[in-house]
Structures are given as C-alpha cells and as structure tokens.
Design a protein around this ligand. Structure first.
Ligand SMILES: Nc1ncnc2c1ncn2[C@@H]1O[C@H](COP(=O)(O)OP(=O)(O)OP(=O)(O)O)[C@@H](O)[C@H]1O
Length: 264
C-alpha cells in the first residue's frame, strides 16, 4: 500500500499518550508515543539499542501494561494478548522435543486443546510447504538451520490466521542473503492476507524495503522522533534496492536516526 492510498482505510492500532517506566529498574523506556496504524499497512520501528522498541511491541501484543496512555486495537482496549495478533521474536524458540509440524500446531493446542490440532494438521503442512519446508515436518528443531527454524516460526505465527503481525527483529540472526529472501517472503505473505505488519528492526534497508511508513525513534526514553513515509511501488524486489528513490529513503532514515541521537 502506498502512502497515497491510505485515506479512508480502517484504523487497526491507535496509541495515544503512551509512556512506560519499568518501576523496579527505574528505567523510563517510552515517552509520549502517539500513532495510528491502518489496515494493511506495513510499519517499522527503528532506533538505537535500548530505545524501547521491544517494549512498545510487547505492549501492543498485550503482554505488558503501559504506565500511562491508551492502546486500542480495532477500537478496543488491549488488556491481554488479542486473538487477531500474531507475534514473532528474533530467536525462533521452537520447542526442541516437538517436531516441526508439532511446533507449528502449538498455538492451536494452547488455544483449543490437543484434540483440535488434528483438524489443523493439513493447514500446518501446507504452510510449511509454502515456505519451502516440505519434507521437514517430522524433523526436530535441532535438525533445522537458523533460517529454516525462522520459517517454521513464521508458520507457527500464521496458523491462527492473525490479521496483525508483530515482528521483533524476526530475521536479525540470519545471514544477509537469507534475510533478504525472508523479507520478500514476508512481503508476499502479508500482501496475500492483507495483513497489517509492525516490524522492529535495526536494519535501515530492511525497514525501507518492507515498510509503508518508518518510525524513527530517539534514544531512551524512546520517543518517535520522525515519521518517514516510503512511497515505493509494490511488490518490492531486490531490484527495488538499486532504485535512486530507495537509496534516497535510506539516507533520510539514517539522517533521522542521527538527529534523534543528537537531540537525546
Ligand atoms: N523487564 C524489564 N525490566 C526493567 N527494564 C527493562 C525491562 N525490559 C526492558 N528494559 C529496559 O528498557 C529499555 C528499553 O528496552 P527494549 O528492549 O524495549 O529496547 P529495544 O529498543 O528493543 O532494544 P534493542 O534494540 O537492543 O533490542 C532498556 O533500557 C532496557 O534495559
């Protein structure tokens, strides 16, 4: 979705006056966060280490209550993990004693009980096939490479058919080439499902390649220092990265991060 087509689109997340302090550690992690994320939008948060990106995502996932402010998802207060949200962290953390397909089925088992997983088995296998893991369904996580484990984790996130994907450095531990391939795969999956995607990343090219909007954050307490709309045609490909406009956007994000650093 380009920035120009967003008017009239439904609001998925609305965050107002959000502040978070970790009381025990006396850490002021987030300050005055205000934003609106629209249906089908892909947004990234980028900023220096410790600026509160993961904290923000954890709050959006309903896993942490903010000290102040409101977080609305589809108009409702987020006061626990919402069913329509899927979340994925940097390390795949597949359970080593479960096969790949059993790992993918875990959210179903937790939500509906073990007996219900049977009905989802074909779907789980289909997802694994779509990310190139056909034949690995009955292998254990120890037999998968890092990239394969992340792909299995994507399937685990998708099995509940979430409308919103919250991704915290999902491909940060992968080598550059695998990461780029996974980025494009993510773009394909999100577009096919018209999913809303919120990505935390340290990578400026990744943020620009995937996003409709990049939120640059300042050092702690994390504030949104600048908002950069990325108006590049979709679907984006590796060739997109060679476009002068792409290079220009990466420069703009880099300068925004530099300014956020100086101001803090
Ligand atoms: N549970 C916690 N208790 C106390 N302090 C915390 C807790 N979680 C995070 N923090 C602190 O809050 C600040 C923000 O952390 P957070 O992990 O959100 O940053 P980040 O931007 O995601 O960092 P990185 O890019 O390194 O992953 C940091 O100073 C961190 O030490």
């Amino acid at each position: 979705m380009s920035a120009g087509t967003l008017e009239g689109t439904r609001t998925v997340y609305r965050i107002e006056g959000l502040d978070h302090v970790f009381d025990a550690a006396e850490v002021h992690a987030l300050q005055d966060i205000d934003l609106r994320i629209l249906q089908g939008q892909v947004v990234s948060f980028i900023g220096p280490s410790g600026c509160g990106k993961s904290t923000l995502l954890t709050i959006m996932a309903g896993l942490l209550e903010p000290s102040r402010g409101t977080v609305l998802l589809n108009g409702e207060d987020v006061d626990g993990p919402p069913d329509e949200v899927g979340i994925m962290f940097q390390r795949a953390t597949l359970l080593p004693w479960r096969t790949t397909v059993e790992n993918v089925l875990l959210p179903i088992e937790l939500r509906h009980g073990k007996r219900r997983t049977k009905a989802y088995r074909d779907q789980a296998e289909d997802l694994l096939q779509r990310v190139g893991l056909a034949g690995f369904e009955r292998r254990y996580p120890g037999e998968l490479s890092g990239g394969m484990a992340q792909r299995a984790a994507i399937c685990r996130m998708l099995i509940t058919e979430p409308d919103v994907l919250l991704l915290d450095e999902p491909f940060g531990a992968l080598d550059e080439l695998t990461r780029e391939r996974m980025d494009l795969e993510l773009q394909r999956i999100a577009a096919a499902r018209d999913a809303t995607v919120v990505l935390v990343t340290h990578s400026i090219p990744e943020a620009v390649l995937l996003s409709d909007r990049v939120y640059a954050m300042s050092a702690r307490p994390g504030r949104i220092s600048e908002v950069i709309d990325i108006d590049l045609p979709r679907p984006r490909t590796l060739d997109t990265m060679a476009l002068p406009a792409f290079v220009d956007y990466t420069g703009r994000v880099r300068r925004a991060l530099d300014r956020g650093h100086e101001d803090s």
